[in-house]
Design a protein. Structure first.
Length: 308
């Protein structure tokens, strides 16, 4: 029998579960698929915005939009068009009910558990396809899936830490495979983000000026240490690269931001004799603040089009 077994709503940036259906099926296969749910939740920020994972007798489908992912588990013979129509309906209701501020600031799991009521009602309708009333979107969804089919995740990719890092935008355009490509749009810029960007530019400019002064001092005094010049210019490069990471999406973006912050700390530790404590505190604090803003500004999913 083809049917939807369970569904959940998950935040993309950290995999925090926001809501989920109440499930009663405790079979071994379903329990195994719930493990895949958790694994996928941790990788959502690296994944395309529409995917399918086939796990033998069951399929896991999900869509992501505006920082939230909608996931569902169904039997392998459940129609793909109905599956994504179901997810689209969950997405539309969730976006209408909760604003982005609430989802971004949620700190505890299942804080929108009341959404389970809507999930259960919708699941019952989609499991009774003969009386399914929302057939008007099926043709549109069929066309969209043909033009942009969901990316088929393999179990080997799911088990690989870097399995999705090699997907490219060209693959998506040609075959329906999407990736978190370098050209993926990020969430709108916030005021703290703008402040961190300006302060990073300021720190980079200060390092650059001090670097040129260090070169002048080196030319006038042969005993000066050239490594100070290197430290200043490395600090400049690190600050500018933080600005780049804040503005543009790139693979391993969060890891790069932490490594860049580490480089800023090392440069300031080396320049300890040339800067007072307040200067060191300013540069390190700005680096930490910029790293935080990079971490908070996540890729933005495609905004849903409801023919408005």
């Amino acid at each position: 029998m083809s049917m939807i077994l369970s569904a959940s709503v998950v935040r993309v940036r950290d995999g925090l579960p926001l809501s989920a259906s109440t499930d009663y099926d405790q079979s071994t296969g379903v329990q195994e698929c719930r493990k895949y749910f958790k694994m996928l939740s941790k990788k959502l920020s690296q994944l395309p915005d529409r995917c399918t994972l086939k796990t033998g007798q069951y399929n896991i489908n999900f869509i992501s939009s505006l920082g939230v992912s909608y996931m569902m588990l169904c039997t392998e013979n459940y129609p793909s068009v109905l599956a994504f129509c179901f997810l689209d309906e969950l997405q539309k209701e969730f976006i209408t009910t909760y604003n982005m501020m609430k989802t971004n600031t949620a700190v505890r799991p299942y804080c929108f558990i009341e959404f389970d009521n809507f999930i259960q009602r919708t699941k019952q309708r989609y499991n009774n396809t003969r009386s399914l009333s929302t057939k008007m979107n099926l043709a549109d969804m069929q066309t969209e899936i043909k033009l942009r089919p969901p990316y088929q995740i393999s179990l080997s990719e799911l088990g690989s830490a870097n399995g999705f890092a090699h997907l490219s935008a060209a693959e998506y355009k040609g075959t329906g495979k999407i990736s978190a490509a370098p050209h993926q749009r990020l969430e709108p810029v916030t005021l703290p983000g703008i402040v961190s960007f300006v302060l990073s530019l300021l720190c980079g400019a200060l390092n650059l000026i001090r670097g040129f002064h260090a070169i002048e001092s080196l030319l006038q005094n042969e005993g000066e240490d050239f490594s100070y010049v290197i430290a200043f210019f490395l600090g400049t490069a690190a600050c500018l690269y933080q600005c780049y990471l804040f503005v543009y999406y790139t693979g391993w973006r969060n890891a790069k931001s932490f490594l860049t912050f580490g480089l800023i700390c090392l440069c300031n530790m080396y320049l300890y004799e040339l800067r007072n404590l307040w200067q060191l505190f300013f540069h390190v604090t700005v680096g930490a603040f910029s790293t935080l803003q990079i971490r908070l500004r996540q890729p933005q999913g495609k905004s849903p089009d409801y023919n408005v």
